[in-house]
Design a protein around this ligand. Structure first.
Ligand SMILES: Cc1cc2nc3c(=O)[nH]c(=O)nc-3n(C[C@H](O)[C@H](O)[C@H](O)COP(=O)(O)OP(=O)(O)OC[C@H]3O[C@@H](n4cnc5c(N)ncnc54)[C@H](O)[C@@H]3O)c2cc1C
Length: 251
């Protein structure tokens, strides 16, 4: 829906940003993997928790919370696992006990996404796919010994382990000195523990910034003002997410 109105050459897929540096003329040079450089008036870093754009604005880095979510998928859930479909319902199921959790979320296309969440130091946040190498559903079940069979079925009936997601967070209220023509949105600006807000904030950041730019007399002022609005909005939400996450996992 978002791509439809755009000419196909506008979006350059598979372009990995290495870094962003200010050129002598004040514009921003975006260096891509492979050596290509794009010079821009405005760079909006929407490149997530491990943002490469962020490094041009601040030394702040996300810190591992000590908790990792192992993501599992149950596909074709209504047909193949009707009991799980009923158990999870149309929204999200949360079960917490002794600093561990099993969460399940109804997604589109008859998929239930499950997270087995627990504390572990055995991860690398730079290469999460190499963390907990070889972990199996049997290993996971061992961590949840004694939990109810209905909750354990969310692990045993999953098609596969889809991802290892170490949970990282920037300090709540992270800010940086304004640099004209360079800003961040979404997790790049304010990654926080997942308590059901991240996507919503990222989309709101993007929509508001777009509106501010298209309706501005001076887009530089509009970007600066919107950055402040975004950071002021995210700070108390991040604080609350960190507090609740800490309560759940003693993290
Ligand atoms: C386990 C887990 C569960 C979550 N559950 C929820 C939930 O239920 N509800 C909710 O609202 N939020 C949830 N979140 C949070 C949510 O996923 C994020 O807040 C949201 O995805 C942030 O969107 P974003 O566009 O800022 O970043 P991302 O979704 O991370 O997108 C960043 C994009 O930038 C690309 N990128 C990264 N680095 C570079 C680079 N150097 N160059 C070019 N491109 C790059 C990435 O490939 C990616 O496509 C969850 C997060 C986790 C970890």
């Amino acid at each position: 829906m978002l791509l439809d109105p755009l000419p196909p050459e506008i979006v350059v897929w598979g372009a990995r940003i290495v870094d962003v540096v200010q050129a002598a003329n004040g514009r921003w040079s975006v260096r891509l993997k492979g050596g290509a450089v794009r010079e821009c008036d405005l760079v909006i870093g929407a490149d997530g928790a491990g943002s490469a754009v962020r490094t041009a604005l601040t030394d702040a880095r996300p810190v591992y919370t000590g908790v990792t979510f192992v993501e599992l998928w149950i596909t074709d859930v209504d047909r193949k696992h009707p009991a799980i479909a009923r158990f999870v319902g149309r929204g999200t199921l949360l079960a917490l006990h002794e600093e561990k959790g099993i969460f399940a979320q109804r997604n589109g296309n008859a998929v239930v996404r499950v997270y087995a969440a627990f504390k572990t130091s055995n991860v690398t946040t730079e290469r999460p796919e190499q963390s907990l190498v070889g972990i199996s559903t049997l290993d996971l079940l061992a961590r949840y010994a004694g939990w109810s069979p209905a909750l354990l079925s969310l692990i045993t009936d999953a098609d596969r382990i889809a991802a290892i997601r170490p949970i990282v967070s920037l300090p709540a209220g992270t800010k940086w000195p304004v640099k004209s023509g360079l800003t961040l949105i979404g997790d790049a600006a304010h990654v926080m523990p997942p308590m059901g807000t991240g996507v919503n904030l990222a989309m709101l950041d993007a929509a508001e910034l777009a509106e501010a730019i298209v309706s501005a007399v001076n887009w530089r002022d509009a970007v600066r003002a919107q950055e402040q609005v975004m950071l002021d909005r995210a700070a108390p939400i991040a604080e609350e997410c960190l507090r609740r996450f800490g309560e759940w996992f003693d993290a």
